[in-house]
Design a protein. Structure first.
Length: 272
């Protein structure tokens, strides 16, 4: 498997002074996702947790449920990495009906869609599981995410996504792309196959765009927490999908944009 980071020479300049040294940077390689022998998407990604990526991307893009993936091969080539995924007959037929080709950079979550309508595909509302978080848990979830970011500690150049359940972070993944990190996390949770409920909260180190809400809805998580703000489209979709958005999380504050009933606020908390 390709390395996830490497040290390269750099010249550091600070207030007129300079010094040579090294900086560790994350790897970014083309990763193709191929279904039944045909390439569906090529994403620039960190070459780690690629099996998770394949499962998470397949679910979040509406291509296949985990039990519809018959075979998965991670093949390294001269040009990058090919995730060769073989689908069940049902999933394969469904995929052919709505096939699209995507060539996207890490910052793009909706590249290559063949129609404007496809940018907001219909998603069922998340199930009402009774999941809720306290104000303290929201702050703790965001704070504890830093302990699950070893590649970020090395490079200061990657995003992370984590899943909060039962008062703790139970899984986390990193990638140069924020969408990829959430896909990898989703795949990791699917592949754990512990029978656990999907009632929990995603925590991400980026803004909340509409496609991040779509991924949250596809998995069925009722809460999405982020360190940055949501877009207007993301708020609209979260409202329609029954997802609670808590964003702009800081050490002692955060903002709730949709379905605030899942966040238990202290009675003496000041509301601005």
């Amino acid at each position: 498997m390709s390395r996830t980071s490497a040290s390269i020479p750099r010249l550091r300049v600070s207030r007129g002074r300079s010094g040579k040294g090294e900086r560790r940077l994350p790897a970014e390689v083309p990763v193709a996702l191929s279904y039944n022998g045909s390439t569906h998407a090529v994403m620039m990604a960190t070459p780690a947790d690629l099996e998770d990526f394949a499962y998470g991307f397949s679910l979040n893009e509406g291509i296949a449920e985990p039990d519809e993936i018959r075979e998965l091969e991670v093949a390294e080539t001269e040009d990058g990495i090919d995730l060769r995924i073989w689908l069940s007959e049902t999933a394969g037929s469904r995929h052919n009906d709505r096939r699209r080709t995507v060539t996207g950079p890490v910052g793009c979550g909706l590249c290559g869609l063949d129609s404007l309508k496809a940018a907001r595909r219909p998603l069922p509302p998340v199930p009402d599981t009774g999941f809720a978080m306290s104000e303290a848990e929201v702050l703790a979830a965001a704070a504890r995410l830093t302990a699950h970011q070893p590649l970020q500690d090395e490079t200061r150049a990657v995003h992370a996504a984590a899943f909060w359940q039962g008062g703790q972070i139970i899984a986390a993944r990193e990638d140069v792309g924020r969408h990829n990190a959430l896909d990898k996390l989703t795949g990791a949770l699917l592949r754990q196959d512990t029978g656990q409920s999907r009632a929990g909260a995603f925590i991400i180190t980026s803004r909340i765009s509409i496609d991040m809400v779509q991924k949250c809805a596809s998995f069925g998580a009722p809460v999405l927490i982020a360190v940055s703000a949501p877009t207007l489209a993301a708020v609209d979709l979260a409202e329609d999908s029954g997802i609670t958005l808590a964003a702009l999380v800081r050490a002692d504050s955060f903002e709730i944009f949709t379905h605030p009933d899942r966040i238990k606020i202290q009675e003496d908390a000041h509301v601005a």
